[in-house]
Design a protein around this ligand. Structure first.
Ligand code: B12
Length: 144
């Protein structure tokens, strides 16, 4: 019998139409045992937030961005107050010169984790799930 490792909300940033990596990531996370709610390309922050509100059990929001406009696309991230960790990956600045300040500015916008490759997702999701399980223990004991 299959057992889900948890729900993730996946999508590509608001101005971004690049679909290939998104489909590959959805496929590989499903194969790894996750329930993937894939909102697809051109997804505004408000839609990620609404999807998490509908599914409070969501482990993480995973946002891809390829076109170099991630900072504009995520500028309302803090106001959206997404309650689970937000993971961002892809091609996160314009041009071939990648400077660290682009990543610092993403953290400042409220991004929790920045990854370069999709194969970094399963170990991070496992860590997030384990941390959540530890946080839930006192609540379960208090309720019993
Ligand atoms: C195909 C393509 C398109 C197609 C997309 C079709 C579609 N439906 O997907 C079309 C023609 C529509 C397009 C349009 C544009 N594109 Co384009 N496109 C590409 C191209 C050739 C391939 C992208 C691709 O699918 N790669 C295959 C996937 C599997 O790999 P990937 O996307 O690189 O993702 C890898 C990693 O980034 C990472 N990753 C990706 N997402 C995520 C998410 C997470 C969470 C994680 C952890 C990792 C991760 O994993 C993948 C595997 O390693 C790239 C150039 C290239 N050779 O990469 C340019 C490229 C991405 N495009 C680019 C640009 C600029 C544009 C346009 C702005 C061009 C224009 N002036 O109109 C528009 C923007 C459209 C929009 N609104 O977003 C630039 C981005 C430059 C930048 N960031 O500095 C690139 C890099 C080309 C270039 N060298 O200039 N594009």
């Amino acid at each position: 019998m299959s057992h889900s490792k948890g729900t993730v909300v996946l999508g590509v940033a608001a101005s971004d139409a690049h679909a290939v990596a998104n489909h590959l990531i959805a496929y590989s996370l499903r194969a790894a045992g996750y329930d993937v709610v894939n909102l697809g390309t051109c997804t505004p922050v408000s839609e990620f937030a609404a999807a998490v509100q509908e599914r409070p059990e969501t482990l993480a929001v995973i946002i891809g961005s390829l076109n170099g406009h991630v900072h504009e696309d995520l500028r309302d991230l803090r106001e959206a107050a997404i309650e689970c960790p937000v993971i961002v990956g892809g091609n996160l600045s314009v041009g071939s010169q990648k400077d660290a300040s682009a990543l610092d500015r993403l953290y400042a916008l409220g991004v929790d984790h920045i990854l370069s490759q999709p194969d970094q997702l399963p170990p991070l999701l496992a860590r997030i799930a384990a941390e959540r399980a530890i946080e839930a223990v006192p609540v379960a004991v208090a309720a019993s």
